[in-house]
Design a binder for this molecule. Structure first.
Ligand code: PMP
Length: 442
């Protein structure tokens, strides 16, 4: 009898377990992630990885030395928790820095919060500010996590694309040739719109929004009482003398904008995962609620070193020795090198005004990549997979940065990252040249 009861109990509890849905409803439809698939492909096949966005050159000495000092400097408290909303030296120097950039007084305790990379900063924004039924406008192409994060918060993403206007003189396209249609943008704002996500300089295109474009967005935000989540992780990476304009500095925008930043991008140390938000207390107080109920503390020692990095940059602000002046100079050369290499083989590059990404047109390579029967995989995905497997060069398909409804209009492009050592870019160029020779001889 005991055995029977045991079997009954076991099968009953098993059944109960199996019939209960384990996945929370908020995760439905957001389980796919481009990076999981393409990072694995690059790790398996690539000889040269220009896919995911991270530098393969070292972080600056002053930053790594600051970390070493923090580690061995005798302050053992740097191994313990620090202030939950940001290590005091870091929030203080960030406040000082942004006071300069925004031309307004900031309180380090209420206008700045430190996060685990810009990624957690974004997560806090969406969780804190977006409700069930709210609409959030996202400009395409976009850093892919915005869409699932809006959905997880119960919101509805509303997409508006940057539209390419190729120059008529046969010159290479620039990221500035991708523009919003003002009427189309205005048509997306309504009484349900809670926020717009702005990413300037933009990943993946490298577009740096002009004052006019930002003015248009700001005007609509003010008119419709809409918030702006302004992802500015590439704020220092702008080229050709272009200026990065902070939308929070435009009329009526400070009170409705959260600026998102990243030490990973700023100091070429993506593995440190130190990020921040800067904004008015009326918004940040709600981000603090999300932070205190999810991550709560960020690594003290990394924050200490980033604080020292910012102190150095504050001292050298605008001077030639400043890392924020030197890094874009170096990256601009790398950009030009890659533009040249791609143009030379007919993979038409769109010249980025900012970021360390570059989008290239692969429409002339269709005959290289075999069709996959019965597959509805877009051409850029097929191309990127084929290229890494057959040529050893990793890149990311551009349509990954579009919503499901608009993906199919943008399948002729791939994205490269050029924050790489000269040797890496040279190796990429060698692969492309060899490919070109094979094409011409066949
Ligand atoms: N926003 C954008 C536009 C990015 O490109 C990235 C990183 N690729 C992030 C946010 C996330 O930054 P972090 O690594 O600091 O979390």
């Amino acid at each position: 009898l005991i055995e029977k009861l045991q079997t009954h109990f076991l099968s009953h509890s098993l059944q109960a377990k199996m019939s209960r849905p384990v996945q929370a409803r908020r995760l439905e439809g957001i389980d796919k992630n481009i990076w999981v698939e393409f990072v694995k492909l690059a790790a398996t096949y690539s000889k040269v990885n220009l896919g995911q966005g991270f530098p393969d050159f070292p972080a600056p000495d002053f930053l790594t030395e600051a970390l070493t000092r923090a580690l061995s400097g005798g302050n053992h408290m740097l191994h313990q928790y620090t202030r939950a909303f940001g290590h005091p030296p870091l929030v203080k120097v960030l406040a000082q820095f942004f006071e300069k950039l925004l031309g307004r007084d900031l309180d380090p305790m209420t206008n700045v919060m430190v996060t685990v990379g810009a990624y957690q900063a974004l997560f806090c924004c969406f969780q804190a500010l977006v409700d069930e039924g709210d609409e959030v406008i996202i400009i395409e192409p976009f850093f892919d996590c915005y869409e699932p994060m809006v959905k997880m918060a119960g919101g509805t993403p509303v997409f508006v694309p940057l539209r390419p206007n190729p120059p008529k003189d046969g010159k290479l396209m620039s990221s500035a040739d991708w523009q919003l249609d003002p009427a189309e943008l205005a048509s997306k704002f309504n009484e349900r719109t809670k926020a717009i996500v702005l990413n300037s300089p933009n990943n993946p295109l490298g577009k740096v929004f002009s004052r006019g474009e930002l003015g248009l967005i700001a005007e609509l935000c003010v008119k419709h009482d809409v918030l702006c989540i302004s992802d500015e992780v590439y704020e220092w990476l702008v080229y050709d003398g272009k200026q990065h304009i902070r939308i929070a500095s435009l009329k009526g925008m400070w009170d409705r904008t959260v600026i998102v930043g990243s030490a990973g991008k700023t100091f070429s140390a993506t593995g440190w995962k130190v990020g921040w938000v800067v904004g008015p207390d009326r918004l940040l107080q709600h981000l603090r609620t999300v932070h205190q109920n999810s991550v709560y503390h960020c690594a003290t020692i990394a924050q200490e070193a980033v604080a020292q990095g910012f102190q150095r940059e504050l001292m050298l602000y605008g001077k030639p020795e400043s890392y924020f002046v030197q890094l874009p100079k170096e990256l601009q050369q790398k950009r030009d090198w890659l533009v040249q290499s791609l143009d030379d083989v007919g993979m038409k590059p769109i010249i980025p005004e900012g970021t360390y990404f570059l989008v290239a047109d692969i429409s002339q390579f269709k005959s290289d990549v075999p069709e996959v029967p019965n597959s509805d995989e877009p051409y850029d995905y097929r191309f990127a997979k084929w290229m890494v497997k057959n040529k050893g060069l990793a890149a990311i398909p551009l349509s990954a940065f579009y919503s499901e409804a608009h993906k199919n209009n943008y399948t002729n492009f791939i994205r490269f990252c050029f924050a790489k050592e000269e040797a890496t870019l040279k190796a990429a160029s060698d692969i492309l040249q060899k490919w070109k020779r094979e094409k011409t001889s066949s």
